[in-house]
Design a protein around this ligand. Structure first.
Ligand code: 0WD
Length: 266
């Protein structure tokens, strides 16, 4: 029996087969979960609908998290067609590309607002609506963060600030949701080449650096994140909430980045 047998999971943030959310959806499916898949807009729908079909999703629908009305409409449809939810995966982030191109010092008010709205507030907006479908169940929420929340990663800029706020949001929501019997956690994933990652200047150098200095001396892939997500959303993790789990080949434990040393060891 799969670890998520009998559970219904809402997965947001699949843009294509490179998306971290795709790895999570595949792992959830493998473990017996029924899937509800949402995509940001009609254009992305053309890519995502065939993926939803391949994964045998119960329902696939559009949901732009920047609009309360669109979220209400999507949740009304989920309630009508599916009725319940056990898990919600928030795999969404966005900031205007200019914000990755200039120093954090020159972040615009609008860029900051958009980054916080789409990448952070959307988690709260999802939780507000999902709890109604989790009544009487031990629900579980999961979001995706990155090391740039904890330390300065050049070019990550306003997204690092947003991820710090996101991780704090996980802790505050853990308190509110915990009173209802639900859990919420984050996975801080190592760099993965995806559509969103392409916006960040020098991303390939960041990936190379991470692989070279991490204790395991390698990078991660979307199934590594998917497998950890299965655990966090399964009953095996029923007393884990408010946590940020690093799936980064151990990169975050390094203080001094000694590239030579890690190469000698391998
Ligand atoms: O290295 C990486 N790729 C890492 C990503 C390392 C650590 C964390 N993450 C995080 C990201 O910050 C994000 O929170 O993982 C999450 C998923 O990102 P991803 O899988 O790297 O990127 P991608 O495949 O582009 O999916 C993100 C998706 C959007 O794709 P695009 O590229 O079209 O922006 O977030 C969704 C959209 O599908 N999204 C929205 N969904 C609903 N409403 C919206 C919106 N308004 N905006 C973006």
């Amino acid at each position: 029996m799969g670890l998520l047998e009998g559970k219904v999971a809402l997965i947001t943030g699949i843009a294509n087969k490179n998306s971290i959310a795709y790895g999570i959806a595949k792992a959830f499916k493998r473990e017996g979960a029924e899937l509800v898949i949402t995509y940001a807009n009609e254009k992305l729908g053309k890519k995502v609908l065939p993926i939803a079909e391949e994964l045998g999703a119960k329902l696939a629908l559009e949901m732009d998290v920047s609009s309360d009305e669109k979220m209400d409409a999507a949740f009304a449809e989920i309630e009508r067609k599916v009725g319940v939810l056990d898990a919600v995966v928030h795999s969404i982030a966005f900031a205007p590309v200019e914000e990755f191109r200039r120093p954090t010092l020159y972040t615009s008010r609008e860029g900051f607002r958009i980054a916080m709205d789409i990448s952070v507030y959307s988690l709260i907006a999802l939780a507000q609506r999902a709890v109604k479908l989790m009544e009487g169940r031990e629900g579980s929420f999961l979001t995706l963060s990155y090391y740039g929340a904890e330390k300065v990663v050049p070019h990550y800029n306003v997204m690092g600030i947003a991820k710090a706020a996101l991780e704090s949001t996980v802790r505050y929501l853990a308190f509110d949701l915990g009173r209802m019997g639900h859990r919420i956690n984050a996975i801080s994933a190592g760099p993965v080449k995806t559509l969103a990652a392409r916006a960040i200047s020098g991303f390939h150098l960041l990936m190379k650096h991470t692989m070279e200095v991490s204790p395991l001396g390698r990078g991660i892939d979307i199934m590594d994140v998917g497998n950890a997500a299965v655990f966090l959303c399964s009953d095996w993790a029923r007393n884990i909430t408010g946590e940020v789990l690093h799936v980064d080949a151990g990169y975050h434990v390094m203080g001094v980045m000694d590239k030579e040393e890690s190469i000698e060891q391998s």
